[in-house]
Design a protein around this ligand. Structure first.
Ligand code: SF4
Length: 212
């Protein structure tokens, strides 16, 4: 199977399975999305979605969040894990949004990555999902899928991101990012699965798909 045919097969299969994949983290605006993505580090989206309603009821804007003591934020987000670091980051980034950006979430990766607790992947999720800019955030799950499907031999998420951006057109990146996530969760676990039941590999055979 040629690389182009494989890309077409993956696009068609993911579009058939997930024609309009929803953004998994509940949010009301770019600021609440940013906070939710920070909370999602090493935590499930489900858990984040359980925690954010109470957090945002208390503080749904940078000004309200920056006015809370770190200990209060920490208590509200404790179920997400890494609460001390995340609480400091959320309060710190809220203060910086007020100081540098008139309380608005900036739209560039460089400005976002300058905020505490905001790495490259988080910044890409925010530009893609809050502002509709083309981005392809790669986490360990997408990294695994790209490797399994022979799309990238990247040794880290940055190399995989570069390869995926080269293979797929920019106007598909945002949707593909979500489609990869949903497919990985539903069909392509890290361990233990039946390849014959897989909606992708069962079409062409596993070896065929895996060969670059
Ligand atoms: S068989 Fe399907 S589920 Fe398994 S690695 Fe391939 S794509 Fe993923």
């Amino acid at each position: 199977m040629t690389g182009a045919a494989k890309v077409e097969l993956i696009l068609a299969t993911l579009d058939a399975l997930y024609p309009a994949p929803p953004i998994p983290l509940r949010h009301d605006d770019p600021y609440t999305l940013l906070v939710a993505v920070v909370l999602s580090a090493q935590c499930t989206d489900l858990r984040v979605n359980q925690v954010t309603p109470a957090l945002f009821a208390r503080a749904g804007t940078p000004a309200q969040m920056a006015a809370l003591p770190v200990e209060t934020i920490q208590a509200l987000i404790r179920p997400c894990g890494l609460a001390p670091q995340k609480a400091r980051a959320i309060r710190g980034l809220s203060q910086l949004l007020l100081d540098r950006h008139q309380g608005q979430v900036p739209r560039t990766l460089a400005e976002l990555e300058a905020l505490p607790g905001v790495g490259h992947k988080t910044a890409q999720v925010v530009v893609a999902q809050a502002f509709g800019e083309p981005a392809f955030p790669v986490d360990t799950h997408i990294h695994r899928l790209a490797w399994r499907w022979g799309l990238s031999a990247g040794k880290n998420v940055l190399q995989t991101e570069r390869d995926l951006k080269r293979l797929f057109p920019p106007d598909r990146w945002n949707r593909l990012h979500l489609q990869f996530i949903y497919f990985g969760r539903e069909h392509c676990p890290a361990r233990g699965h039946d390849p014959h039941r897989c909606p992708l590999c069962s079409q062409v055979g596993r070896k065929e798909l895996f060969t670059t």
